[in-house]
Design a protein around this ligand. Structure first.
Ligand code: ADP
Ligand code: MG
Length: 455
């Protein structure tokens, strides 16, 4: 793969400026996508954070920009204001090859008035969050009539945050004849689904560094039955995993284990067949938005769970079949990074477990694990529930707007947003939850008061 920018059909001014800002060689995602982007193709690009995705689409959209035509020709949608600011900064750097390229950010949480003023002065490129862009489109203060390039940056995060509806609505304003680029750090079914709807003959590019198959380190620990909880706690303190699913063979064990871990200051929730649908939902939302690090599940309850990127899977009970084993541990292993799969067994299960022996699986005694006095596992976030949802026409952008506006949180303190028919869940950085709860309870969202509580 050629990595020199001069191998691309770019103007001399563009290449000269890239050199001036210190970009001499293309990064892998740039060398794989830019030839396609410059041909005008729709591209889905997946590459890890920090790989230079912004310049990949930035060079593409700037290279075909008609500077003399003072109309919005490119729109970049981002999940948060901070990311939009970063993207705009990078674009301004790349845009230095020409004079007078106007790049405008339009994000929620910022005052509307000044944005109107800036829009009246015109812009070539808009970078912003879907909710606010949509608001301007609805008010006809922004027109996409002359749009040539649409970019969804951090598309996976936007989908996670529930922006899908806003994105769809924004697209209704865009001409169908356009180039659409989709950038994401992960490649999921949702990504292919949205690509199918908004792109044309999209070419998908995954850079080599993220193509590494999931590597799973498999370790078996022998532990007496009465010592199993301590062994589990020691596993957590030794490996310090971020998020874990612990499998048990029965729901009784699942329930007891959650209670016992709580006594050991490990934040854990269980899902099993006895939960009501809404309880199950509360648990899953908290686990997936990082409000609870440990999920305990039976095989039946875990069926259909779409949770990826687990750092660890633990078989608290030896599964009944090797097929179940493979299925359970397949949930760990992040792209590139190693996942850990741990199985606990007692003396009576030694014979069963011997069937699992192979060259790569490691068998150890539980005494090799680290013991950390006072070890605790607290979640990164806490979930705020808002008693309003799709039926109240609440969108992720409205919540994000209220939280970054009136409540005064930074976008980076807000995690996943899940919106259901009558409720919405927002993950908030743990240290800020009380303040966020208090202030959101006292403020209005879309001019309406909603009940808010902490899950
Ligand atoms: P991503 O969006 O993939 O997370 P960014 O676009 O934010 O990554 O880029 C990460 C960093 O790499 C930025 O500081 C950017 O200026 C720098 N960068 C991008 N492309 C190049 C390049 N070709 N040469 C040197 N630095 C680059
Ligand atoms: Mg980026």
């Amino acid at each position: 793969m050629k990595t020199n920018f001069q191998t691309l059909p770019l103007s001399n001014d563009m290449i000269q400026n890239l050199d001036n800002i210190g970009y001499t060689q293309m990064t892998p995602v740039q060398s794989e996508t830019l030839p396609l982007i410059l041909q005008g193709k729709d591209v889905i690009a997946q590459a890890k954070t920090g790989s230079g995705k912004t310049a990949a689409f930035g060079i593409g959209l700037l290279n075909k920009l008609q500077v003399k035509k003072f109309r919005v020709q490119a729109l970049v949608l981002c999940p948060t204001r901070e990311l939009a600011d970063q993207v705009a900064k990078e674009l301004r750097n790349i845009a230095k090859f020409a004079h007078n390229i106007k790049i405008l950010t339009l994000c929620g949480g910022a005052a509307f008035g000044p944005q109107l003023g800036s829009l009246r002065h015109g812009a070539h490129i808009i970078v912003g969050t879907p909710g606010r862009i949509l608001k301007h489109l609805n008010k006809e203060t922004l027109s996409l009539e002359n749009l040539e390039t649409l970019v969804l940056d951090e598309a996976d995060r936007m989908l996670d945050m529930g922006f899908i509806e806003e994105i769809d609505k924004v697209l209704e304003y865009a001409p169908s004849e356009r180039q659409t680029l989709l950038f994401s750090a992960t490649y999921t079914n949702e990504i292919t689904f949205i690509s199918d709807r908004i792109q044309r003959d999209a070419i998908s590019v995954k850079t080599a560094s993220t193509e590494v198959a999931n590597k799973i380190q498999e370790i078996f620990y022998e532990s007496s039955e009465h010592n199993k909880i301590n062994t589990l706690v020691n596993i957590f303190s030794t490996f310090k995993p971020e998020n874990i699913i612990v499998f048990t063979n029965t729901k009784i064990v699942a329930k007891e284990l959650a209670e016992n871990l709580a006594k050991n200051k490990i934040d854990a929730l269980a899902i099993h067949g006895d939960l009501e649908q809404y309880e199950r939902n509360d648990v899953l939302v908290q686990f997936s938005n990082k409000s609870c690090p440990v999920l305990i599940a039976t095989d039946v309850a875990a069926r259909g769970l779409d949770i990826k990127e687990l750092s660890m899977v633990v078989n608290y009970d030896v599964p009944h079949t090797e097929e179940t084993y493979t299925h359970r541990i397949g949930r760990t292993g992040r792209a590139g990074a190693e996942g850990i799969a741990i199985t606990l067994y007692n003396e009576e299960e030694i014979e069963d477990v011997m069937e699992y022996k192979n060259d790569t699986r490691v068998f150890e005694g539980a005494e090799s694990l680290k013991k950390v006095n006072g070890f605790e596992m607290k979640p990164q976030n806490v979930t705020l529930v808002i008693e309003g949802g799709k039926k109240d026409k609440l969108r992720a952008g409205d919540l994000l707007g209220a939280l970054t506006g009136d409540v005064g949180l930074k976008g980076s303190s807000i995690g996943k947003i899940d919106i259901y028919d009558r409720q919405a869940y927002v993950a908030i950085e743990r240290e800020l939850i009380d303040e966020a709860h208090k202030k959101l309870s006292n403020s209005k969202i879309k001019n309406k008061k909603f009940s808010v509580w902490v899950l």
